[in-house]
Design a protein around this ligand. Sequence first.
Ligand SMILES: *Cc1c(COP(=O)(O)O)cnc(C)c1O
Length: 474
Amino acid sequence: MTKARFEKGDEKAFRQAADAAAQYRAALIDAPIRPDRTFADKLADFAEDLPAGGTSSDAVIAELADKSVDGLADSCNPRFFGYVIGGGHPAGVAADMLVAAWNQNSPMTEFTPTVTALEEVARRWLLELLDLPRDASMGICTGGTTANTTALTVARTEMLRRAGWDAEEDGLFGAPAVHVAVGAECHSAIQAGLRQIGFGASRVHTVPADEEGRMRPDALADIVAGLPDGPTIIVAQAGNINSGGIDPIGAIADVAESRGAWLHVDGAFGLWANVHPELRPQIEGVERADSWVVDGHKWLQVPYDCGIVLVRDMAAHARAMGHSAAYLPNSVSAADPVDFVPELSRRARGVAVWATLKAFGAEGVRDLIIRNCRLARRMAGRLAAEPGVNILNRVDLNQVAVAFGPAGETGDQLTAAVLARVQAEGICYPSHGVWHGRKTLRLSLSGYLTTEEDADKSVDAIIAAWRVLKNEAA
Ligand SMILES: *Cc1c(COP(=O)(O)O)cnc(C)c1O
């Protein structure tokens, strides 16, 4: 018989939270997507002096559930297309509720075997699904930004080690120069990560990109040929945030191989192209990289937050990131989560990954990815048929960059006005972008609930807004 450890109101609080969560998610579809209330409104709702005395858990949760929903962004809505945000699959969400209840600090396998075993299963499933080397190591951290910084840190440390320099012991001052090449259209997370780990902006070589934002391998080869000898890191991207464009990774891997360079692939959402035969040609050669990043909280629908870093060389990963493995280099096959992420104390993020993968199954993930790509193409096709509406990218993946009116200031103003009107109407929620020097209304098809009907209804809303503004401007 388990001893009851609840105080008055605690058990009720759990049930209230679960009920409120279910109610929130069930009601969502017809709610407006943009929050009705502003930050100032919500601050006024919650601001009070810190209570001197306590409040029972159930009263706390009742207040939270009662006062919150009107200030939330409805990013689980099937017509939410902003910022590449996943829909938070219920299995992952519910699993995460359990993770919170279990309160397992999860840096070490021995301490909490259930959650670390689930993370290990998630690692095996992910590598199989993504068709990457099955013995690659995995770290699960807060998101693509941290995951990329982790991968770049491993690359830096390992490339220096191969050049005879021990960065763990001797640091970076006086170390051999490490050459870094990134694509001109790489994500800001890469620039930020490189700065954080000691590579100043002017040290990084920027490789020109093509019109889809894809690194040009011929330009990369030229740049690399002009570099002095020395450790080299090449950062490729799978999935440009504006165009969805995937760098030609096979050709980039050829350059990396001939140079002996570390190849990292930032595939925060685009890495999923490798799960479907129709998309796979775009990402051919991805398995040849040394490290990869993919987000759980974007296209895989794992609830926030979840970024995943995968490294071919498990020992290099553990040497660079580990608290313990640096001193136990022979035990890395049994390494702990702490050896693969920046954190010591950590939430068991892999449990929600496991639950989401289990809920979808391999076929479910493949279907999710291809369905979103087809819906993106459908929306782009319908929008392109409307006079004055321009699609600025090839819609090979799940992103659509839309610009209204002529190029230049007039068009930019119209595009901003259409976006503002569509967002305010609340039928669908695109976000903003800039592509080919033009402001865009950006659609990211990355939720698991979106249907053809949702896509059509959203396109209708966008076209209606455009017609009104076009007539007003005329
Ligand atoms: C979203 C994204 C990132 C950053 O990931 P976060 O999870 O937001 O930290 C990095 N690179 C690419 C290509 C992305 O799309």
